[in-house]
Write a protein that binds this ligand. Sequence first.
Ligand code: HEM
Length: 200
Amino acid sequence: MHAYALVLFLHLLGLLTAAAAAALAFFAALQLRAAATTAEIARWARLTKAVVPAFPVATLLLLGSGAYLTQVGWGWTTPWIDAGIAGLALIVACGSGIEASRGRALEQEVRTAGMTARARALQRDPLAWSAKVTTLTLTLGVVFLMVIKPATLGSTLTLIVALVAGPLAAVPFWRSHDRVEQPVAERPLAASAPAPRTEG
Ligand code: HEM
């Protein structure tokens, strides 16, 4: 068996690991966004924390195997490879930088003060959601780069499109959603109680 093909398999294993973890993390993020109680926040934050360790493993797998493939078959000045490395760095910055720090802020707020207005704002934080969706558009962009292998202009444009598309696609997730804002348990009882009888 050719070593190059085996390493390419490991490279794709890294991509599959990242994709599976990203799907679970996105599901957890949607549940966190809709959570109405501190218990729900804690529950979905636990799923996020369980999934997060898969990301550095996937990153190292992609980077290590990618470095071998580059060294053996392509060279380090190949435009789509350099753009791929930049894309991976941006994914890490968005995910474990911006998004993770906003997630920690939400958890901290809920733990110390409960479901405050700030906590509800953090559930729909524009920066966190833009960073999250941008990790997905960048991943798609890097897959495009690796498969199509464009020249410098095409590689640069691919990254730019991914960086613009991410925050745009995130808008529906950070827009206000009144139905979610008012926790059911905190609704005034009078709102759901039947009207008093006035006969007699
Ligand atoms: C988010 C990160 C990455 C993703 C999603 C990704 C995805 C892929 C995919 C899907 C392929 C298969 C392409 C094909 O067979 O046509 C591939 C191949 C390859 N990748 Fe990556 N990759 C990533 C990061 C990297 C990095 C950081 C490097 C370099 C350090 C790299 C170097 C390569 C090389 C050299 C190939 C072999 C291309 C070939 O032989 O046709 N990749 N990658």
